[in-house]
Design a binder for this molecule. Structure first.
Ligand SMILES: Nc1ncnc2c1ncn2[C@@H]1O[C@H](COP(=O)(O)OP(=O)(O)OP(=O)(O)O)[C@@H](O)[C@H]1O
Length: 256
């Protein structure tokens, strides 16, 4: 095979494919409610996609399934050509560490560790291991090179978000997943954080999948998909009480 044909084939391999994915939870009363029913979804390398969806529509569950944090009831998820859904827990963890950077709404920084340690610890699960030069370079890229020895509680919300971006990208992931990453930021910080996230993903060659119900966040993406058109969830699964949850409200009493 010539190099040009091989290069074209590599370029055509989607970064993420999702086929016939379902996930149900069981209520304390024993009823099963289907939260995820996605027939077909994919992301190409370098794509930047925002998913819009109302509270309780299953966005976080979908992201957890893609990252291998949750297991589906049925369906296939492929990350960079590797079938995540065929792997056991430890190999799913390894695939996630190697290929995926995850930015949580609450950032999930380790409070007892410094900014630099947070990035290094995140890297330590990936094949390349913790790399101080790379960690410092990422923190410099997000404008925090003067805060390496500070603890998360000593930073503003926007600065903590930038640590989360640096940590997510330090391993050179192929896919960055961001779950309402600007939910805790004001409008000015939201714009800056999104530009930083998008630019850094582009520089690192990572695809970006972000979910949000915030119009200001969605407006910064050319490619916005409506999650309710992708996911055919049961109406009953919107909440166990039949009303959409409000953003920030505690999760339902349903157990997995
Ligand atoms: N671990 C779980 N056990 C039981 N039910 C769950 C679990 N996780 C989510 N659910 C239920 O699944 C539905 C979808 O929740 P999910 O958090 O995925 O929605 P979301 O679109 O991310 O909502 P939000 O925008 O409010 O964060 C909700 O009804 C929720 O109560």
């Amino acid at each position: 095979m010539s190099d040009s044909i091989r290069a074209k084939r590599i370029r055509r391999t989607p970064m993420l494919t999702v086929r016939n994915l379902t996930k149900s939870f069981t209520t304390p009363e024993g009823a099963k409610v289907r939260v995820i029913d996605v027939a077909d979804f994919h992301i190409d390398p370098g794509d930047q996609i925002a998913l819009r969806g109302e509270s309780g529509s299953g966005k976080t569950t979908f992201l957890h399934l893609i990252a291998g944090i949750l297991r589906p009831n049925s369906g296939v998820i492929t990350i960079d050509g590797v079938e995540m859904t065929a792997l056991g827990e430890s190999r799913r963890d390894a695939l996630r560490a190697a290929k995926i950077g995850y930015i949580f709404q609450a950032f999930n920084l380790l409070q007892g560790h410094t900014v630099l340690e947070n990035v290094l610890l995140g890297m330590s699960f990936a094949p390349g291991g913790a790399d101080g030069v790379r960690a410092r370079a990422m923190l410099d890229r997000v404008g925090l090179s003067h805060r390496l020895q500070h603890f998360p509680r000593e930073l503003s919300t926007g600065q903590q978000q930038r640590v989360a971006v640096a940590r997510a990208l330090a391993n050179r992931p192929k896919l960055v997943i961001a779950d309402e990453p600007t939910g805790n930021l004001d409008n000015r910080n939201t714009a800056g954080a999104l530009d930083l996230m998008k630019d850094t993903c582009r520089e690192c060659g990572a695809a970006l999948l972000l979910v949000s119900h915030d119009d200001a966040t969605l407006a910064r993406f050319d490619n916005v998909r409506d999650f309710t058109e992708i996911n055919r969830m049961d109406n009953a699964s919107r909440t166990p009480w039949g009303q959409p949850r409000k953003s920030g409200e505690a999760p339902s009493r349903i157990v997995e």
